[in-house]
Design a protein around this ligand. Structure first.
Ligand SMILES: NC(=O)c1ccc[n+]([C@@H]2O[C@H](COP(=O)([O-])OP(=O)(O)OC[C@H]3O[C@@H](n4cnc5c(N)ncnc54)[C@H](O)[C@@H]3O)[C@@H](O)[C@H]2O)c1
Length: 298
């Protein structure tokens, strides 16, 4: 797994915490799971569309964390959930399973996402926007919603009952009076450098990543009084399958590296460590923020 060499297990900033990470069968999400476990998380739910890749992910965690945990301990500390984040019932069941297994949820990393091949808006099909929107916006929204319900202790037993929650007339004002159910909780929405600037030939992707940034800022305003912080993170080019697919030649990779001040792409660990900062109390006064981790890309 990328990032094994540089990982630090000195910090136990997430001791006892329970986390979930969507899109965690590979890429940035899997390295984030590794970092959360290294920081002492007692449970991490891995949510991904790819069932076989989830099993491989657990094997990769066994290898990367062998110095710290036995495979049995990793199995206790991880819960694999095969789910499509754009399907409400899938995410509901995954969050419900997390609560059944660990009894709490402290951190949600809303990471699952899709990218696109560069294409002019003049020739791009609207289906590309629909496909990206379904995962990057709808999927993020569903994950945010059920994670926040779990963090506030309001996640009902069935998906049908979530409609009852809606019908209770709950709002941020009366929920905050309930006390501090969400204290110390953190939701991290993975946007992109594409959610900060405009980018030619990527109009659908950029649109969805600006949307997730707005989602993060708005949810932060609503959930802050309940003790839940919500921040977005904006990675620059990061060495994952998504990156390799989008930039499929060395020439293209050189162009994108050249756009960063650091003149290189990120290792996924460099993004996951910034996620860890937002997940932990080290960022306890940060909410509604956009954390740029893009190597100075302009
Ligand atoms: N890699 C980059 O250069 C880069 C840059 C900026 C932002 N990001 C963002 O970081 C996040 C992670 O990207 P990555 O590079 O690790 O991508 P990746 O393609 O390597 O991994 C994404 C994971 O999400 C899963 N996934 C996709 N659709 C899903 C769905 N509907 N339900 C559940 N799981 C689903 C995939 O199976 C995969 O395991 C994405 O939101 C991406 O937009 C990536």
């Amino acid at each position: 797994m990328s990032g094994k060499a540089g990982s630090s297990d000195a910090s136990k900033r997430l001791e006892g915490k329970v986390c979930l990470v969507t899109g965690s069968a590979g890429g940035i999400g899997l390295v984030a799971v590794q970092e959360l476990l290294l920081a002492g998380a007692r449970g991490v739910t891995l949510i991904d569309l790819r069932q076989e890749a989830l099993k491989t992910a657990q094997e990769r965690l066994n290898e990367a964390l062998a110095h710290l945990y036995t495979p049995e301990q990793i199995a206790e500390r991880t819960l694999l959930q095969n789910a499509d984040v754009s399907v409400e019932s899938d995410v509901f069941e995954a969050v419900r399973a997390t609560m059944s297994r660990y009894g709490q949820l402290d951190v949600a990393v809303v990471n699952a996402g899709l990218s696109q091949a560069p294409q002019s808006v003049l020739f791009e099909s609207v289906e590309v926007l629909d496909r990206l929107y379904r995962v990057n916006v709808r999927g993020a929204y569903i994950t945010l919603k059920f994670a926040a319900l779990a963090m506030t202790g309001l996640l009902p037993a069935t998906l049908e009952d979530t409609k009852q929650v809606n019908g209770l007339g709950c709002n941020s004002a009366n929920l905050s009076r309930e006390g501090t159910a969400g204290k110390g909780k953190s939701i991290i929405i993975v946007s992109s450098v594409a959610g900060l600037y405009g980018e030619a030939l990527l109009v659908p992707y950029v649109t969805t990543k600006w949307a997730s940034r707005g989602m993060s800022r708005s949810a932060a305003q609503e959930l802050g009084s309940m003790g839940i912080r919500v921040n977005s993170i904006h990675p620059g080019p990061t060495d994952t399958e998504m990156f390799k697919t989008a930039f499929d030649t060395q020439e293209k990779r050189d162009v994108i590296s050249g756009k960063t001040a650091l003149k290189r792409v990120a290792n996924p660990t460099e993004i996951a460590r910034a996620m860890l900062f937002l997940a932990s109390d080290d960022s306890s006064y940060m909410t509604g923020a956009s954390l740029d981790v893009h190597g100075g890309q302009v």
